[in-house]
Design a protein around this ligand. Structure first.
Ligand code: G3H
Ligand code: 13P
Ligand code: ZN
Length: 309
């Protein structure tokens, strides 16, 4: 099965009020865990690759791993560039066969974000590739993606931005942030703003970044087995379910994969001090990714059995 475009996935997600999970992939175990979960749930999937992932694994390794997965599954799978920083990176991955790119001009002034996004749209659409853009800014720190403060998306600007850039989907800022420390107090999202944006852009797919739930089970496991991620807090699952029913068609998840793998590896090594075969603890980590992703698909995204045909 070749890679697919997000187009049909999002059309159905929008209509039926579910979201497609966009999972960050960095190595073989992560890809395999996600595919296993998608297979069992018969769910469409987006595998997304950040600049950090390209640096860590190498773009060619990731593409080859995804190609290997495609030979073994008939699920619709999108290969997406996460947080493309400039035109050149977007062009490079489009030329390499990605079916979707994000151009992240969210750090730029409005007009510059429009110009950059427009440039990517022109190149991508010519090759049938989907373009996600971002307006507003998420706080949070990852390897290559960071911002001190958040700026919520302005609904009027969102409409103008979509019209003028011709982008296919839009990442918006409504209170989520990247990483494991999303909220100091009570977690909340600006649903009024989401409602307004989706009513002003009817039928247009919106994207939620920074959407890991930071599952307490894995935070506790990390802390119990020698880690220190005290105070980690994510987006509660019921808020994500609500967002998925309000025009959010793509939900980005990276931190939950990191936490699940790290927690399980910590536990495994502590309980099995004599084991030094990486297949043992990486196998346990892969199983944890599969179980966690399956839980998301079934109970948060609502994308089980949403494969067309
Ligand atoms: O939004 C950022 C993603 O979680 C990727 O993070 O740049 O550390 O790979 P990374
Ligand atoms: P999390 O850090 O919440 O997993 O967000 C990931 C993300 O938005 C990737 O683009
Ligand atoms: Zn992101």
């Amino acid at each position: 099965m070749p890679l697919t475009s997000p187009k049909e996935m999002f059309a159905r997600a929008y209509k039926e009020g579910f979201a497609v999970g966009a999972f960050n992939v960095n190595n073989m175990e992560i890809i395999q865990g996600i595919i296993m979960a998608g297979e069992e749930e018969r769910s469409p999937l987006i595998l997304q690759v950040s600049a950090g992932a390209r640096k860590y694994a190498g773009q060619n390794y990731i593409i080859k791993l995804v190609e290997a997965a495609l030979e073994e599954t008939d699920l619709p799978i999108v290969l997406h560039l996460d947080h493309g920083q400039n035109f050149e990176i977007c062009k490079e991955v489009i030329d390499a066969g990605f079916t979707s790119v994000m151009i992240d001009g969210s750090h730029l002034p409005f007009e510059e974000n429009i110009a950059l996004t427009r440039q990517v749209v022109e190149y991508a659409h010519d090759k049938g590739v989907w373009v996600e853009a971002e307006l507003g800014r998420l706080a949070g720190v990852e390897d290559e993606v960071s911002s001190e403060e958040s700026i919520y998306t302005d609904p009027d600007e969102a409409v103008e931005f979509v019209e003028r850039t011709g982008c296919d989907s839009l990442a918006i800022a409504i209170g989520t942030s990247h990483g494991a420390y999303k909220f100091k107090g009570e977690p909340k999202l600006d649903f009024e703003r989401l409602e307004k944006i989706s009513s002003m852009l009817p039928g247009f797919p919106l994207v939620l970044h920074g959407a890991s739930s930071v599952l307490p089970e894995f935070v506790e496991m990390c802390n119990q087995y020698g880690g220190d991620v005290a105070g980690a807090k994510g987006v509660p699952e019921e808020l994500l379910r609500k967002a998925a029913s309000m025009g959010i068609c793509k939900i980005n998840i990276d931190t939950d994969i990191r936490l699940a793998m790290t927690a399980v590896i910590r536990k495994y090594l502590k309980e099995n001090p004599g084991v030094f075969d990486p297949r043992k603890y990486l196998g346990a980590a892969r199983q944890a990714v599969k179980d966690m992703v399956q839980h998301k698909i079934k109970h948060v995204l609502g994308s089980s059995n949403k494969v067309d045909g």
